[in-house]
Ligand binder design. Structure first.
Ligand code: BTN
Length: 247
């Protein structure tokens, strides 16, 4: 996969522009990057605060997979980002929290928002992978309610890399793992995800729209990227949506 970088000073949201570009036929590998976003959004329609210093970008993809498997791209992206950041920052304490957060010492430093569009025949038209990484964001810029849960790479590691360096490293890893996914499928990547994750084995509450719907211990992840949670009566449930809080 080739990449085609498009840089902007300010956008409402790189995901929104990526959707517009994809609808106009932009090729796979188009990457939209903005220094700030005025209407950045996260999962569950939450606001994503996107000040200067952060790395905000979206990749247009056209994965040749069964549409039922397209959500696996989030696992692939998580692997690529965790691997890239671990290498660059020489830090093994960067882990993946299911489904799509990256934590550094337990605090969120990156979120991934994927959006898919199918065509009239039910085939994948395009997928947009939006990535927000708190690279050099000053902690004072985090909203109060996030200060205990979020961090930036720069403040937690005292290492300072430009957003360009971080983007290059991540795109290199992404291309590698995306190509593995395309050629070999997710089975060879699940062990890699498992090795990087900090979710399996944890006691969690599964939430849907901020409401707890199940609590238990995460026992595994399946090939669709869904987590398997077992409660203390032994009841096992699988979740491929929602979010978890680690208890
Ligand atoms: C989340 O953790 O809820 C996902 C956050 C994703 C944020 C990124 S920043 C770049 C791209 N543009 C957006 O509006 N959102 C994503």
């Amino acid at each position: 996969m080739n990449t085609y970088l498009c840089h902007f000073e300010t956008l409402d949201s790189t995901n929104i522009l990526a959707v517009e570009f994809a609808k106009k036929g932009a090729p796979e590998g188009t990457v939209i990057v903005a220094k700030t976003q005025t209407n950045g959004h996260g999962r569950m329609n939450r606001e994503w605060v996107s000040p200067l210093g952060g790395l905000w970008f979206s990749i247009i993809l056209k994965p040749q997979v069964d549409p039922r498997n397209v959500a696996q791209v989030t696992l692939v992206t998580g692997i690529a980002i965790a691997k890239g950041l671990r290498k660059l920052y020489e830090c093994d304490d960067i882990t993946i929290k299911w489904p799509n957060d990256l934590l550094l010492s337990g605090k969120k430093v990156c979120g991934i928002l994927s959006e898919m569009q199918l065509d009239v025949d039910g085939a994948i038209d395009y997928a947009i992978i939006g990535v927000g990484i708190n690279v050099n964001v000053c902690k004072d810029n985090f909203p109060n309610e996030l200060k205990n849960f979020a961090s930036s790479l720069n403040s937690s590691t005292s290492k300072s890399y430009s957003n360009e360096e971080v983007l290059n490293v991540i795109l290199r890893e992404f291309i590698e793992f995306y190509e593995v996914w395309m050629s070999k499928g997710i089975d060879v990547l699940l062990p890699v995800w498992k090795q990087l994750n900090s979710t399996i084995g944890k006691a969690v509450s599964v939430k849907d729209n901020d409401k707890v719907i199940f609590s238990g211990v995460v026992s595994s992840i399946d090939e669709r990227g869904a987590i398997v949670v077992v409660d203390n009566s032994g009841l096992k449930r699988t979740f491929d949506f929602g979010e978890i809080s680690i208890r």
